[in-house]
Design a protein around this ligand. Structure first.
Ligand code: HEC
Ligand code: HEC
Ligand code: HEC
Ligand code: HEC
Length: 452
């Protein structure tokens, strides 16, 4: 088995949040340690892995001995790569070569003092493939956009697999063949594991999975025939559409498509029954969803626990610093008043709200010992989380949805947001944290509404 990740695993974006640098670095260190424990054979580097600077990643690579690769991230004056460009792993008699490209987008994460640049793949790839001449199977971990990966596959059929990193195309995608290269993409944020079972042979040609292809082509044909029946219902379309060139064109394209599919199906049927000719299927793909309920490996779990504890401690120190600034009178009283103040006049809404999970959102963090973790707080408290919070804001309170209420509380004629729109929820109910949020359904579970 070869375990690879195309990169983009350490940070959420190309840059850190100034006040949270220490916490984000602690989280990245935890991720790298967990990857090492999971015995990854190679990991690519994208801009997101460089957010804390090139020296940070170099130190991390040194400390955690995780095999980071990049062939195109090079020193500006010497052209030498900062990280190994490739590795070869032996599995039995098979030599699997892996190399990685960070891609031009990583340039945005580089600083002048790094003296670094990203070299165009066209210049780098021939040399790396030279290093991997002895490999039987070549895998590219790519930070390049899709179109560039396709161009690379066209030019270098020696690359057998391209595993892609990156945010666009966030979902699991079945392998797609370009010339002799399979392009693979797994969902981001570690929500799934892509598993490709490969049967390799000396021909180094991917065969086609004819049985699956045949099923696909048959259902495509069904669809085309269904459309054609629609056209033919009122008579011969060639006559009917005489004066409607657009419709006639569409109809003729369908006819041509039908012929093409019929020929393809005939070929596949023939080859399947004869079982001759080109090689048998070589790659079977599946995706494993990594549900939160799956048990963790104990060593990895220990890393996660240690990391979240460190993050909480760092957050606590930050909160202390804010509190001292508050004492010195640096920050003025904000526009938020907290739910108790609202409860004074909106008794019924407040009684309902107190029963809801929103009211207990901070307690939830406390129970997990994450109440100072600045990466959790924004969605589990009211308002910006970086200030030392009074108790009345330690919940997803009224003002999380209805907006700041100081002016309204002092003078109820000043308006509040009366009907918080979907946007006001979606900042917290993101697909990452709540993957089946539905505003039109879930707003009715908000107890505020039952009052009316
Ligand atoms: C001093 C009493 C008082 C306080 C404190 C108060 N409200 Fe109100 N609120 C009112 C009154 C009275 C109205 C009705 C105003 C009207 O109809 O013009 C109102 C109306 C509202 C409305 C409906 C708005 C509308 O246009 O009908 C919302 C939502 C609301 N308040 C939320 C809050 C929230 C949230 C807080 C705390 C941040 C809060 N209120 C604090 C007295 C108060
Ligand atoms: C500031 C962040 C935030 C905002 C804004 C927010 N939520 Fe939530 N919501 C949460 C959190 C966090 C929880 C889970 C709390 C817990 O269990 O500790 C939650 C829980 C819920 C639940 C489960 C409630 C229950 O009692 O079972 C519903 C439903 C919900 N939210 C709907 C909404 C809707 C609708 C909106 C917008 C009108 C909204 N939320 C706005 C953070 C938020
Ligand atoms: C982007 C907003 C957001 C962030 C950041 C966030 N949460 Fe949440 N969290 C939510 C929402 C929304 C829910 C409610 C989800 C639901 O009802 O399914 C929730 C629910 C929870 C729950 C209750 C889960 C359950 O099903 O009982 C826990 C525990 C929790 N969050 C812990 C954390 C911790 C720890 C962090 C930081 C590492 C964190 N959250 C960061 C939005 C967030
Ligand atoms: C999670 C988001 C959320 C929280 C928290 C929340 N509300 Fe609401 N509130 C709503 C929504 C959504 C409506 C309904 C708007 C509609 O009818 O579409 C509403 C309705 C109301 C109304 C009625 C407004 C009207 O149309 O007359 C009042 C008053 C109100 N909320 C006050 C409060 C108070 C006070 C609190 C805190 C104790 C609170 N809300 C907490 C989302 C929230």
């Amino acid at each position: 088995m070869v375990a690879v990740d195309a990169g983009g695993l350490l940070f959420k974006s190309n840059a850190l949040t100034p006040e949270l640098t220490a916490q984000e670095q602690a989280a990245a260190t935890g991720v790298a340690e967990a990857y090492r424990l999971m015995r990854y054979d190679a990991v690519g580097i994208t801009g997101q892995d460089l957010a804390a600077g090139l020296p940070f990643l170099q130190q991390l690579a040194h400390r955690t001995a995780l095999p980071w690769l990049s062939a195109d991230l090079v020193q500006r004056n010497t052209g030498k790569p900062f990280f190994p460009a490739s590795v070869i792993k032996k599995i039995g008699n098979l030599r699997v070569g892996v190399f990685a490209l960070s891609g031009p987008a990583a340039t945005a994460a580089l600083r002048p003092e790094d003296q670094a640049m990203v070299q165009p793949w066209q210049e780098v790839v021939p040399g790396v493939l030279g290093q991997l001449k002895k490999a039987d199977l070549v895998i590219l971990l790519s930070g390049l956009p899709t179109a560039e990966n396709e161009a690379l596959a066209q030019r270098h059929p020696e690359v057998d697999l391209i595993v892609r990193a990156g945010d666009d195309g966030a979902s699991n995608q079945p392998p797609r063949q370009v010339r002799n290269t399979l392009l693979l993409q797994t969902e981001k944020q570690g929500k799934s594991l892509g598993v490709l079972d490969i049967q390799w042979n000396a021909s180094r040609q991917w065969g086609e999975d004819r049985a699956t292809l045949l099923t696909t082509k048959r259902s495509e044909l069904d669809q085309v025939e269904w459309f054609l029946r629609g056209h033919g219902r009122k008579g011969d379309p060639e006559m009917l559409y005489q004066n409607e060139p657009a419709k006639l064109k569409a109809y003729r394209e369908l006819v041509a498509e039908k012929q093409r599919l019929e020929e393809e199906i005939k070929r596949l049927n023939g080859e399947l029954t004869k079982g001759t000719g080109r090689p048998e299927p070589l790659a079977k793909n599946r995706f494993l969803a990594l549900y939160a309920e799956l048990p963790d490996q104990p060593a990895v779990q220990a890393v996660v626990e240690r990391t979240t504890k460190t993050m909480n401690q760092l957050g606590q120190e930050l909160a202390k610093r804010h509190l001292e600034q508050d004492k010195k009178g640096i920050s003025a009283p904000g526009p938020l008043v907290g739910w108790q103040r609202c409860a004074g006049c909106h008794r019924a809404e407040a009684d309902f709200w107190r029963q809801s999970r929103h009211a207990k959102a901070y307690a939830t963090l406390r129970a997990k010992n994450q109440q100072f973790n600045q990466t959790c707080l924004p969605c589990h408290v009211t308002g910006p989380a970086s200030t030392a919070m009074p108790e009345s804001l330690q919940a997803v309170g009224c003002e999380s949805c209805h907006g700041p209420g100081r002016e309204h509380s002092n003078d109820p004629k000043r308006p509040m947001v009366k009907q918080p729109p979907a946007q006001s929820c979606l900042g917290c109910h993101t697909p990452e944290h709540d993957d089946n949020f539905d505003f039109s359904r879930d707003r009715h579970r908000l107890n505020c509404i039952h009052v009316r």
